[in-house]
Design a protein around this ligand. Structure first.
Ligand SMILES: *[C@@H]1O[C@H](CO)[C@@H](O)[C@H](O)[C@H]1NC(C)=O
Ligand SMILES: *[C@@H]1O[C@H](CO)[C@@H](O)[C@H](O)[C@H]1NC(C)=O
Ligand SMILES: *[C@@H]1O[C@H](CO)[C@@H](O)[C@H](O)[C@H]1NC(C)=O
Ligand SMILES: *[C@@H]1O[C@H](CO)[C@@H](O)[C@H](O)[C@H]1NC(C)=O
Ligand SMILES: *[C@@H]1O[C@H](CO)[C@@H](O)[C@H](O)[C@H]1NC(C)=O
Ligand SMILES: *[C@@H]1O[C@H](CO)[C@@H](O)[C@H](O)[C@H]1NC(C)=O
Ligand SMILES: *[C@@H]1O[C@H](CO)[C@@H](O)[C@H](O)[C@H]1NC(C)=O
Ligand SMILES: *[C@@H]1O[C@H](CO)[C@@H](O)[C@H](O)[C@H]1NC(C)=O
Ligand SMILES: *[C@@H]1O[C@H](CO)[C@@H](O)[C@H](O)[C@H]1NC(C)=O
Ligand SMILES: *[C@@H]1O[C@H](CO)[C@@H](O)[C@H](O)[C@H]1NC(C)=O
Ligand SMILES: *[C@@H]1O[C@H](CO)[C@@H](O)[C@H](O)[C@H]1NC(C)=O
Ligand SMILES: *[C@@H]1O[C@H](CO)[C@@H](O)[C@H](O)[C@H]1NC(C)=O
Length: 416
C-alpha cells in the first residue's frame, strides 16, 4: 500500500482586499485514486496554563496545512482510514473515518498542539506536544455521498474547541472527486415550520441610540466556482448580545460592533439557498442563510447563527435561528434598508443593521440590481416630501400675501 501524493490547496481565490477567508482542500490518495477529500475552514480555541494563570489561544487552520502522508491512510478492512493535516511547528488535526454498508462517519477527531510554539501559546508554563481526542464528532453521511455543512459546527475536544465551517467532505470515495450527491447537515437545513404569511412586523426599529457608536460599513461578497460574484452584501452591523462575563462574574448585555477590516467573508450559492459566513478575528463566526421560494420568486433571510469565543466569555457563545422571515425581496432585485433595523435571532442575541443592502440571488455583472426598499426607508422618504410640500405652500402664501399687499399699497398711491 502506497500513498503517492497528498495535496493542500487554496480553494477560494478572492482578492486580498476583499478579505475572503480561505478554505483548505485536503486529499488522501492511494496510488492514483483519492479515498478522502475535504474542503473546509477550521478555527481553534485552546485554553492552556500560563505562568500567571490560564490563556486562550485562538487561531485558524492555515492554508499551508498539508496532509501528512505518513500518518494518513485509506485504511484496510480492519483499520480505520485517516486524514491527518499538519501545520506550523508540530500542530496536527486528524480525522478518522469508519464505515458500514450504508454509512460512513468520523469515528474520532484528534488535535495535537505544540505548547512550545510561543507565537500561538505565549507564556505557556509547559512545553511540548499535547494530544487530545474526541470520539463524539457527529459527522456522518451515506456512502457515495458528500457530507456538506456550510454552517459553523463546533466540536469540543479536551480543553479545546474546533469549529468547522464551509465543509464539504467525503471518505471511502467511489471516484476521484467529491460525489455530486450531498448529505446536508442539520445546521444547514432550514426548518421552515410554516411561518405565518403576514410579512408585516418582520422587522422592528431599535428604540434607543447605540452607546457603542454606529458600526463601520463593510462590503462582503461570495463568489461561485466561476469566480463571479453570486452574493453581494454591504452593511454596518452590531451585536446585541447577552453572555456570562468572566471579568464581571455575571451575565451582561453588551453591544459590540463588527469590524469590517478584521472580517473575512465566505459562503456558498445554490439555486434556492445562499449562505454568507463572516469570520472576525478568529473568534466570531456569523452566518446568514437566504432562501429563495421558486414558486413566488421571493427570497428572504431565513437563518442566522453566531458562534463567538470572546476573551471575556467563560464558554463559547452560540445562538441560531433557522425560521426567520427577514429582508424580504424579489428575485432579480436587491434588498435595501438605510434605516437601522433589528434582527432578533434568539433571546440572547439580536443584530442591529445600518445602511444595509444585500442581494443573495440573481447577481449579474457583480453589481446590485434595483433595490426594493424597506418600509422604514419609504416612510422616511415621505418626511422630506411632506416638509418640501409644506415649505412650498408657505412660500406661495407669503408670495400671494405680498402681491396682494403690493397691489393695495399701489392702489393707495394712485388715489393720492
Ligand atoms: C497513475 O497514473 C499515471 C498517469 O496517468 C500512470 O502512468 C500510472 O500507471 C498510474 N498508476 C497507478 C498505480 O495506477
Ligand atoms: C514545537 O515547537 C518548537 C518551537 O517552535 C519546535 O522547536 C519543536 O520542534 C516543535 N515540536 C515538534 C514536535 O514539532
Ligand atoms: C450503520 O451504522 C449506523 C449507525 O452507526 C446504523 O444506524 C446502521 O443501521 C448501520 N447499517 C448497517 C447496514 O449496519
Ligand atoms: C502549569 O500550571 C498549572 C496550573 O497553574 C499547574 O497545575 C502545572 O503543574 C504547571 N505546569 C508546570 C510544568 O509548571
Ligand atoms: C480514536 O481512533 C483510534 C484509531 O482507531 C483509536 O485507537 C482510539 O482509541 C480512538 N479514540 C477514541 C477516544 O475513541
Ligand atoms: C458506491 O459506488 C460504487 C461505485 O460507483 C458502487 O460499486 C457501490 O455499490 C456504491 N455503494 C453504495 C452503498 O451505494
Ligand atoms: C458560471 O457563470 C454562468 C454565467 O456567467 C452561469 O450561468 C453558471 O451557472 C455559472 N456556473 C456556476 C457553477 O456557478
Ligand atoms: C439590546 O437587547 C436588549 C434585550 O433584548 C434590549 O432591551 C435593548 O434595547 C437592546 N439594545 C439595542 C441598542 O438594540
Ligand atoms: C462569582 O459569583 C458567585 C456568586 O454570585 C460566587 O459564588 C463566586 O465566588 C464568584 N466568582 C468569582 C471568581 O468572583
Ligand atoms: C482574512 O484573510 C486574509 C488573507 O487570506 C488573512 O491574512 C487574514 O488573517 C484573515 N483575517 C481573519 C480575521 O481571519
Ligand atoms: C413558496 O410560497 C408559496 C406561497 O406563499 C408557499 O405555498 C410555498 O410553500 C412556498 N414554498 C417553499 C418551498 O417555501
Ligand atoms: C426564531 O425566530 C422566530 C421569529 O423571530 C421566533 O418566533 C422564534 O422563537 C425564534 N426561535 C428561537 C429558537 O429563538
Amino acid at each position: 500500500m502506497e500513498l503517492s501524493r497528498a495535496v493542500a490547496a487554496l480553494l477560494l481565490a478572492c482578492s486580498a482586499w476583499l478579505g475572503c477567508v480561505q478554505a483548505v482542500t485536503l486529499e488522501v490518495k492511494e496510488g492514483n485514486s483519492t479515498c478522502i477529500k475535504a474542503e473546509l475552514s477550521a478555527s481553534f480555541s485552546i485554553t492552556y496554563d500560563t505562568i500567571s494563570g490560564t490563556g486562550t489561544a485562538q487561531f485558524t487552520l492555515p492554508d499551508s496545512a498539508a496532509v501528512d502522508t505518513g500518518s494518513s491512510s485509506c485504511g484496510t478492512d480492519e483499520s480505520l482510514s485517516w486524514l491527518v493535516a499538519v501545520f506550523g511547528p508540530g500542530h496536527a488535526l486528524g480525522l478518522s473515518f469508519s464505515s458500514n454498508a450504508s454509512l460512513y462517519s468520523v469515528a474520532n477527531l484528534t488535535l495535537q498542539y505544540n505548547l512550545s510554539d510561543s507565537t500561538i501559546f505565549p507564556g505557556a508554563n509547559s512545553s511540548g506536544v499535547v494530544t487530545v481526542v474526541s470520539a463524539s464528532v457527529g459527522i456522518s453521511a451515506p456512502i457515495n455521498s458528500t457530507y456538506r455543512c456550510v454552517s459553523p459546527v463546533a466540536v469540543r475536544v479536551g480543553g479545546a474547541t474546533v469549529t468547522f465551517s464551509g465543509m464539504r467532505m467525503e471518505a471511502f470515495m467511489p471516484g476521484n472527486d467529491l460525489s455530486t450527491k450531498e448529505s446536508v447537515c442539520s445546521a444547514d437545513t432550514t426548518t421552515t415550520t410554516a411561518p405565518p404569511t403576514t410579512a408585516a412586523a418582520s422587522t422592528t426599529t431599535a428604540p434607543a441610540p447605540t452607546p457603542a457608536g454606529t458600526p463601520d460599513h463593510g462590503t462582503y461578497f461570495v463568489k461561485n466556482s466561476n469566480g463571479t460574484d453570486c452574493l453581494l452584501a454591504q452593511f454596518g452591523l452590531q451585536f446585541n448580545i447577552s453572555y456570562f462575563s468572566k471579568s464581571q462574574n455575571k451575565t451582561v448585555q453588551d453591544l459590540v460592533n463588527l469590524t469590517p477590516s478584521q472580517t473575512n467573508a465566505s459562503g456558498s450559492c445554490e439555486a434556492s439557498r445562499a449562505t454568507l459566513v463572516l469570520t472576525e478575528e478568529r473568534d466570531t463566526t456569523l452566518s446568514f442563510t437566504f432562501t429563495l421560494n421558486s414558486t413566488t420568486n421571493k427570497y428572504h433571510l431565513s437563518g442566522l447563527s453566531l458562534l463567538a469565543i470572546w476573551p471575556d466569555m467563560t464558554d463559547q457563545f452560540s445562538a441560531s435561528n433557522t425560521s426567520l422571515e427577514y429582508l424580504r425581496s424579489s428575485m432579480g432585485r436587491s434588498y435595501m434598508c438605510k434605516a437601522e433595523q433589528t434582527l432578533i435571532v434568539a433571546p440572547t442575541l439580536s443584530l442591529n443593521t445600518f445602511s444595509l443592502q444585500v442581494q443573495p440571488f440573481g447577481v449579474i455583472t457583480d453589481q446590485f440590481a434595483t433595490a426594493e426598499e424597506c418600509q422604514m426607508d419609504q416612510d422616511q422618504m415621505l418626511i422630506p416630501i411632506i416638509v418640501g410640500a409644506a415649505l412650498a405652500g408657505l412660500v406661495l402664501i407669503v408670495l400671494i400675501a405680498y402681491l396682494i399687499g403690493r397691489k393695495r399699497s399701489h392702489a393707495g398711491y394712485q388715489t393720492i
